[in-house]
Design a protein around this ligand. Structure first.
Ligand code: AMP
Length: 321
């Protein structure tokens, strides 16, 4: 069974209207996670790379979510997405179970230990894009690189202006050749420090970023968890610390919501200059700093764009000298 939901964010345009005006699309996972941190354990947390990304990006601009779920996907999670301008007309429901991931964090809250990955309906996901107009911005959230490639293949440049991509150790080790092909087709790779080292075999992050640029993307963003982020664009370089928090509750989704804040801001402004990339990285940093304050999307559900803006103003004071 395959069906498409035609709903969109509450009080927002219908899906048909949304498809006409949405300029940012994301493909990735929508998941039912199980997460364990030193502060608590929770089963059935709404997660997935594309779910986190779309919720975060849609603080800035409407987003079209391209993903697959199983028949077990709860209506309650769909209602969470509907709180924001997220177009769900490409959220496919397939017979079977939703992708599910189980992870835990021990003393090092910067890296999750994967305990279980059940691909389920993702195994034979074949996205079919039905946009009236090609969006200008595309985010290939963490998912099988074969699916990422099938998505880019359906969109045309030059209307498609900016393609950013994320990945993780699971795909770097199991589908490296496929991932290397994706890298030749994108503008920006967003990944964490461990993944950059694994992908390039270089422990030094500056050299690793340069090696990744040679693989294709002119822009490389390396996330270092609580130690901040590095941005490389051509020969330009920018470094930003993380927002200092005295308690990190659950880091799951920090990377995806960082990317959501960053790419959502870029899509909203339509400006790909280096100065704007720096601002985008700062917005990503702010959004991620809220995500880690609670399980799943809970902390982001409690805030507005104005909350993000006011934390950014505070952050600027901390960073300037
Ligand atoms: P992060 O932002 O890196 O913490 O990403 C967390 C999300 O990634 C979780 O909600 C998971 O459902 C999702 N995830 C975990 N493993 C994979 C995988 N192999 N492919 C795609 N998404 C995944």
């Amino acid at each position: 069974m395959t069906q498409h939901d035609s709903s969109c964010g509450s009080g927002k345009p219908s899906a048909m209207d949304a498809l006409k005006s949405i300029d940012l699309a994301v493909i990735g996972t929508v998941a039912i996670d199980a997460v364990e941190t030193p502060f608590g354990k929770k089963d059935k947390v709404f997660g997935g790379s594309a779910a986190y990304f779309s919720y975060a990006a849609s603080f800035f601009t409407p987003v079209s979510l391209v993903a697959v779920v199983g028949e077990d996907f709860p209506d309650e999670y769909r209602s969470v997405l509907a709180e924001h301008p997220i177009d769900m007309s490409h959220l496919e429901v397939k017979e079977g179970k939703t992708f599910s991931w189980q992870g835990s964090y021990e003393s090092d809250m910067n890296s999750a230990k994967t305990l279980r990955t059940d691909l389920n309906v993702l195994l034979d996901f074949n996205p079919v894009l039905k946009f009236n107009d090609t969006p200008s911005f595309l985010f290939l959230a963490n998912v099988d690189p074969v699916i990422q490639m099938k998505t880019i293949d359906q969109l045309e440049r030059p209307k498609l202006k900016f393609v950013a991509c994320d990945t993780m150790n699971f795909w770097i080790s199991s589908k490296k050749n496929e991932l290397l092909k994706v890298l030749t087709r994108i503008d920006c790779l967003v990944l964490n420090d461990g993944e950059a080292r694994e992908l390039t075999g270089d422990f030094n992050l500056i050299r690793a970023a340069r090696k990744i640029q040679e693989m294709g993307p002119g822009i490389v963003v390396i996330k270092k968890g609580e130690h901040g982020v590095l941005l490389f664009s051509g020969s330009d370089f920018f470094a930003l610390p993380a927002y200092p928090l005295d308690s990190v509750f659950d880091p799951t989704g920090a990377g995806d919501t960082f990317a959501g804040g960053m790419v959502g801001y870029l899509a909203q402004t339509g400006d790909l200059s280096f100065d704007n990339l720096k601002r985008a990285v700062s917005y990503g940093t702010m959004v991620a700093s809220f995500t880690v304050e609670d399980f799943g999307l809970e902390a982001l559900r409690r805030i507005k764009l104005s909350t993000i803006e006011s934390r950014l103003a505070d952050f600027k004071k901390i960073c300037s000298f």
